[in-house]
Design a protein around this ligand. Structure first.
Ligand code: COI
Length: 357
């Protein structure tokens, strides 16, 4: 497969202050871009990062055919980029594509394009544990047409952005009783732009009340816990780890799946099932609930220190969360290769691993 590469004359990497990164504000020297036209993906191009020019009738702007992924590259002690579970991210992007009536991205373009881009911009990977080069693959419709139908043309791109922790301190959540993120049969499981748009107004209201984020409940009975929108949720009750089962309305988090596997492989008991908000609140009141945390690519592991539901709040000692801290250390250690990767999840990108460097 051919990838055209047009490099910048001068890298900006040396200007970056890795100690002061605001999530999603800094972008690397290059980006990958490939168009879908006449029923097939065209030649991918890696080129200097710059703005796009769009037709005002762009179908994605009007009708929302827009999907994305979130991944991270870290570096090992040799300074080589480390990618994590790339195949799972390609699979999930293509599940999102099918649901949103978009073409699947070629695995070869996604994976080889990503390797080439990461290798080219590897100087942008922050060296500190907990920081990373955030990878944002995304695809959107590019038809210039105002009728409602699936677009015939698309663009797939990958951007890279050095980031620090998404949440820098334990968070306060409010269980939402009025608004819904996603419901059964909808697009909650797809990583599509509209799910995030739907979360903004309720999150803004919750923030006005002093909460960081909304804990979504199911859209039918407002009874079952779903997720936080930026991350999946875990609870520790009587020493057992609980996480909501995916049901089509919850994002199938790859960090969630990684955590479940690591917990089970290391002797923790994990229950994946429907979880009611009432049982969480009850466990919070009787002291059997000892930890709540979120897990996601951007968030990594975010400890929750307060949960509000109706007129009750539970407060937890998030400074002392042994299970959340253990899984955080696993994620960091596997990604910097200080913990053996027994599951074959990490991939080191070297000059030799590139197909047509
Ligand atoms: C990620 O964790 O990669 C996400 O996509 C969440 C986000 C909206 C920052």
């Amino acid at each position: 497969m051919e990838i055209k590469i047009n490099k910048v004359a001068q890298s900006r990497a040396s200007e970056v202050d890795f100690n002061n990164l605001k999530f999603g504000t800094v972008f690397t020297d290059h980006m990958l871009e490939v168009d879908y036209a006449n029923g097939e993906w065209q030649t991918p191009v890696i080129r200097p990062f710059e703005r796009l020019t769009l037709h005002p009738g762009n179908a994605a702007i009007h009708y929302g055919q827009s999907i994305f992924e979130g991944m991270k590259a870290t570096r090992n002690k040799e300074g080589n980029p480390i990618l994590f579970r790339v195949d799972k991210h390609v699979d999930r992007m293509n599940e999102s594509a099918r649901r949103m009536c978009m073409p699947e991205i070629s695995r070869e373009i996604y994976e080889e394009g990503l390797r080439q881009l990461i290798y080219l911009d590897k100087a942008w990977i922050p060296p500190m544990d907990g920081s990373a080069l955030y990878i944002r693959p995304f695809m959107f419709a590019t038809d210039e047409f105002l009728g409602v139908r699936p677009s015939e043309n698309y663009k797939f791109m990958i951007l890279l952005s050095p980031v620090g922790p998404y949440y820098s301190a334990p968070v306060k959540l409010k269980a939402e009783e009025k608004y819904v993120r996603a419901t059964y049969g909808g697009v909650g499981e797809a990583k599509t732009a509209g799910n995030y748009a739907a979360s903004l107004y309720p999150a803004k209201l919750a923030q006005k009340e002093g909460y960081d984020q909304v804990m979504w409940l199911d859209g039918k009975e407002f009874k079952y816990v779903q997720e936080v929108g930026t991350m999946n949720l875990f609870f520790v009750i009587n020493g057992k780890i609980l996480t909501p089962e995916t049901d089509g309305a919850i994002l199938k988090g790859i960090t969630r799946d990684t955590a479940i596997q690591l917990f089970r492989q290391n002797g923790y008991e994990v229950e994946v099932r429907k979880i009611t908000i009432e049982e969480i609140m009850q466990a919070g009141q009787n002291g059997s609930l000892t930890e709540i945390f979120g897990a996601g690519t951007a968030a990594v592991v975010a400890k929750v220190k307060e949960l509000r539901y109706k007129d009750q709040s539970i407060y937890l000692n998030a400074e002392n969360y042994p299970i959340a801290s253990w899984i955080y250390d696993q994620f960091i250690g596997i990604r910097n290769q200080s913990i053996p990767d027994v599951n074959g999840w990490v991939e080191e990108v070297t000059a030799d691993s590139l197909v047509n460097a």
